[in-house]
Design a protein around this ligand. Sequence first.
Ligand code: C5P
Length: 219
Amino acid sequence: MNIAIDGPAGAGKSTVAQQVAKRLAYLYIDTGSMYRALAWAVLNNRVPIDDEAAVSGLLRESEIRLERERDSQRVFWNGQDITDQIRTPEVSQYASIVASYPSVREQMLVLQRHMAAGGNVVMDGRDIGTHVLPDADVKIFLTASTRERAERRLKELLAKGHQTDLATLEAEIAERDKRDMEREAAPLRQADDAVLVDTTGMTIDQVVERILKICERSG
Ligand code: C5P
């Protein structure tokens, strides 16, 4: 069985997908981390962000590897562990820009389908149910109010020692969602056969239980 979890920034996809994967003993694949890895490399190599050919060329000649670490995942770019470097607000914004390029998405699609080929995966992202795994057995569209998503991100970033505030984060999340929803190539949208789960006011455990129930019904 394959499970696709899509939704906007900060809806809790990664945390929830990781826990669902753990409970089912499935492989967890965070596709956002792949766009983040490319964004990090663009910044690090000073590739002009508005040059689609250069950005997609950089991806073509590099290697992204996701490695399982207990219930979570580490991210490698050409063998370098960049797991902790890809979670900054700057990388988030750059990730949604590189993700708008069709020539980048085409390459990511091939990599992601290859990773899911063995089955029994929980994959999270923006276009998993609509493009990457259109035949997934369970499709979830996870969302929450913009305010709540910004509050969750704030807690996460403050805990990691980043300096930021709620208003800045809310604006950044809104900007990223707009770019993700309005792009031409595989925009963020709920698949017709996806189940909508609004997590506003729900705890992580409650969301996980809800998704496991949905999986049971489809299993
Ligand atoms: O999920 P996360 O916030 O880590 O994703 C970072 C960015 O990568 C998103 O804002 C989105 O632009 C892009 N993304 C995507 N398709 C996916 C996963 C992520 O376009 N399947």
